[in-house]
Design a protein around this ligand. Structure first.
Ligand code: SF4
Length: 68
């Protein structure tokens, strides 16, 4: 599974990091600090939770075997 972030749409309210701190790291200004990241299997549930938590809907999960 991979996470893609449309970083230019990030407004920095950090809900992704609050929901999934091990997946969504923020830079020193409070914005998401990556555009693409490979997610290890043990963090997949957390990655999905964080993506759902982003009100801007800029986090996309790809290659996800589950339909949740
Ligand atoms: S929840 Fe979305 S908009 Fe907010 S910091 Fe995270 S990626 Fe950016």
């Amino acid at each position: 599974m991979k996470v893609l972030v449309r970083k230019q749409g990030c407004v920095g309210h950090a809900r992704c990091a609050a929901a999934a701190p091990e997946v969504y790291k923020l830079d020193e200004s409070g914005y998401i600090d990556f555009t693409e990241k490979e997610i290890p299997q043990d963090l997949e549930a957390q990655a999905r939770r964080g993506a759902r938590a982003c009100p801007e809907r800029i986090i996309t999960i790809i290659g996800d075997g589950e339909s949740a």
